[in-house]
Write a protein that binds this ligand. Structure first.
Ligand code: GAL
Length: 378
């Protein structure tokens, strides 16, 4: 074959492949619709979080199977430079077959979040871990590390945080309070609720560490990182400080909305104000989201109204939040990531990303059938 002919053919092939790719490239978000990756397969990164590193977004999430919520694979990772088109990366954290491991196949791994530590150059993954065969009993947090953003991540440990520590905002009078056995035994009575508010479960779990389920990690402008998690039987949220290397807790923490029943925390900071979007506790069933605000991460946190507006706000448009992230290169531009769970077919769960609007400085979520990043320039 003459060389010129060969080069023209290669060029034509390249042009048509590029054309095909360009044609298929996404240029908008379609909340709740199937979202194929670069191989045409619906993205499998539920309860996810986002890390922006060196001009690329990395989306980590639960790799769910078709008929079980247990972790049979591990934590997935996808990368993108435009947020619309995602390349599937290798599994970031794999479950193992070793029956002695905390992350043995069949455990539950939920809501993984990855942060980059500038001081150590290490990527740290935090996630909610339930030990295999124990339902949601263990209520632990797990940590894994990698020196490459896409992994593989090495599991280090799992535990219940802040053993032997009192929350900073728990008054001395409550720390020394004794509860009657009736207050401890009969759940959901007004006495029991009052006892929970006053730290019934903080005390119960003081020695071995506080329960830790739904969670997120938030890195502040000063590089300090925080673990925000549903504790005390999912009744109270804790905000806990992480060590400088982001691989452990320092023991400093506060309780937010004691007995308020919040899950699925997601935090953003707009200028110098913190906002936290959470959900109520109804498992996979949607409920009305909640919104909290504070001027200082250590509180006081004040509750505002449901950030969702519109007809289906009471069910958060059939979603539950998982993370909020700022759009790189934009000001006051945040995307709220939420899941539309499909417990009967977990891998088919859908993603609902919504641009956060600010009304009088307060986040508002408006449903969109389709939108693009241009939304932020309006
Ligand atoms: C939800 C929680 C999910 C998962 C589920 C299990 O409330 O946000 O992450 O734990 O319950 O029922």
């Amino acid at each position: 074959m003459p060389k010129r002919f060969f080069y023209s053919c290669s060029f034509l092939l390249w042009v048509s492949l590029a054309g095909l790719f360009a044609q298929n490239a996404r240029t908008s978000f379609k909340p709740g619709k199937l979202w194929p990756d670069d191989q045409g397969v619906h993205i499998n990164a539920h309860g996810g979080g986002m890390l922006y590193y060196r001009d690329t977004y990395y989306w980590f999430g639960e790799y769910k199977s078709d008929d079980s919520n247990s972790a049979l694979v591990g934590v997935s990772c996808y990368s993108s430079t435009d947020l619309y088109n995602w390349k599937r990366e290798p599994i970031a954290l794999s479950v193992v077959n070793d029956p002695a491991s905390d992350i043995r196949r069949g455990c539950i791994i939920e809501r993984p979040k990855v942060v980059y530590n500038k001081k150590t150059g290490i990527f740290v993954m935090w996630f909610h871990l339930e030990l295999a065969g124990r339902g949601y009993d263990a209520a632990r947090v797990g940590i894994a590390v990698s020196d490459r953003v896409t992994g593989p991540y090495r599991f280090i440990r799992s535990y219940r945080p802040n053993a032997g520590r009192w929350p900073d905002n728990m008054p001395l009078t409550e720390r020394t309070l004794a509860f009657s056995s009736s207050q401890e035994q009969e759940w959901w009575t007004p006495e029991w609720m009052a006892a929970v508010r006053q730290g019934l479960f903080v005390k119960r779990d003081f020695k071995d560490g506080q329960m830790s389920r739904d969670m997120t990690i938030f890195v502040d402008d000063d590089g300090k990182a925080y673990h925000i998690f549903a504790s005390e039987e999912n009744l109270t949220l804790d905000i806990a400080e992480l060590s400088d290397d982001y691989q452990s807790h320092t023991g400093k923490y506060i309780r937010v909305a004691p007995a308020g029943h919040n899950e699925a925390p997601a935090i953003l900071k707009n200028d110098s104000t913190y906002f936290m979007i959470t959900s109520g506790c109804t498992g996979w069933e949607p409920n009305a989201a909640r919104l909290f605000t504070a001027k200082n991460i250590w509180g006081p946190w004040t509750q505002l109204k449901n950030p969702w507006v519109g007809e289906k706000a009471g069910r958060s448009f059939d979603t539950q939040g998982t993370f909020v992230f700022p759009v790189a290169g934009e000001k006051h531009a945040f995307i709220f990531m939420a899941d539309r769970w499909r417990p009967e077919h977990p891998s088919d769960g859908r993603y609902v990303w919504i641009p956060i609007e600010f009304k009088d400085g307060v986040p508002v979520l408006n449903w969109k059938d389709e939108w693009s990043l241009d939304e932020f320039d309006r």
